[in-house]
Design a protein around this ligand. Structure first.
Ligand code: ABU
Length: 372
């Protein structure tokens, strides 16, 4: 078996690490309103290719992660170059440029022996599967047990988005907190792969700005006949949710690192508490939101976007000492790499990787769901 990965923590044997080659600034579009951090309201967000120096700084840190993983005996693969500066034009939309291949986790997911390419939720990311296609063909040709699925592409036309979402004042967001309606309507199947967290037989999927209920229904209908259970989850205090891996991060059977500012809805927490899982809050990140890189659209909680190499070993960003101390107290071996120059591309260590092979098989970590 080459493609084999059922959860976020089993011993890692092969992984794809992203690349900043040819990365561009993310364009303004109905599903995304990037802003310059700490700049006066209305300051223009840059367009087109990222500066060479920013790409080199990020690539150096991505190469450092790759070297660390290889030093631990893990096979590391990289995406193929893609022209992200090329515009995209479909019958339904046009966008001036694409984004990058820094975060394979956002678009690609391995669930058991199956590789799924997510629909994606933003126009600039419509073709983001392409840097991974050569690898997918290689795995698919080499291993007859690999199942390869491309989820249905949504139109991404204007009607798919709820543009007024971006104008809602905070009071309106609070009012709508429990309806979980964000910038994407419910008419089409929409999901980013990074809204899914894998727990063996059970898949936890966050309803978010990048994954809608219709996307979760598609995942249920696709995966439940294959022996999985798909559970939607909600973090009502997260008013701009996108990607679960800065909010709810499983580290080993029975232990999830949680975000103290984004608690899990009580009714969703039952599944974990009834099955004796421990939910442990991450400490405050070492940088506040205001200290994140000026073009970074992600939150300070990239601090908890760690990569598990096994149930006992975790890679953590070099400056996140409080989290490293907590993980050590929880009996993990903690490895560190510098990764802050990758942050402006929307992710940290978990986002910048895509598991191809972890040891182990499909386990049931939630026995109350099967117990008579
Ligand atoms: N791509 C992960 C970002 C999540 C967050 O900003 O919290």
């Amino acid at each position: 078996m080459i493609v084999n990965s059922w959860n976020e923590w089993d011993p890692l044997r092969e992984v794809v690490v992203g690349s900043a080659d040819n990365a561009c600034f993310e364009p303004i579009e109905p599903g995304n309103r990037p802003t310059v951090r700490n700049a006066p309201a209305g300051s223009p967000f840059p367009t087109g290719p990222k500066p060479r120096a920013a790409i080199e700084r990020a690539n150096e840190e991505l190469a450092g992660l790759a070297a660390l993983l290889e030093s631990r005996g893990i096979t590391v693969r990289r995406p193929t170059p893609h022209d992200f500066a090329a515009p995209v034009r479909t019958p339904d939309f046009e966008v001036a440029n694409q984004y990058c291949a820094v975060c394979p986790r956002d678009v690609m997911i391995t669930i058991g022996h199956e590789i799924i390419e997510a629909t994606m939720s933003r126009r600039a990311r419509y073709f983001e599967f392409r840097p991974y296609r050569e690898l997918v063909y290689e795995y698919w040709n080499a291993d007859p047990d690999v199942v390869w699925t491309t989820a249905p592409k949504p139109s991404m036309d204007d009607g798919m988005y709820r543009e007024e979402f971006w104008e809602w004042p905070l009071a309106e967001r609070h009012r709508r907190m429990h309806s979980f309606e964000f910038c994407v309507s419910q008419d089409q199947v929409v999901f980013d792969a990074a809204d899914i967290s894998r727990f063996g037989r059970d898949l936890i999927v966050q309803e978010s700005m990048t994954t809608n209920r219709t996307g979760i229904s598609w995942l249920k209908r696709h995966l439940e006949p294959r022996g999985f259970r798909v559970h939607p989850v909600h973090f009502p205090l997260d008013h701009f949710p996108s990607h679960i891996d800065c909010t709810f991060v499983p580290l080993r059977p029975g232990l999830v690192l949680t975000n103290p500012e984004r608690p899990l809805l009580d009714r969703d927490a039952r599944l974990f508490l009834d099955n004796d899982w421990q939910l442990v809050d991450a400490p405050q990140p070492t940088s506040g939101n205001d200290e994140m890189p000026e073009y970074c659209q992600s939150s300070k909680w990239l601090s908890m976007n760690v990569l598990s190499l096994s149930p006992t070993t975790v890679v953590c960003e070099e400056q996140e000492k409080p989290l490293q101390d907590l993980l050590s107290k929880l009996d993990f071996e903690v490895l560190t790499v510098p990764f802050r120059n990758v942050f402006e591309y929307g992710g940290s260590l978990h986002c910048a990787t895509w598991d191809i092979h972890r040891e182990g098989g499909q386990e049931d970590y939630f026995p109350t769901l099967t117990r008579p």
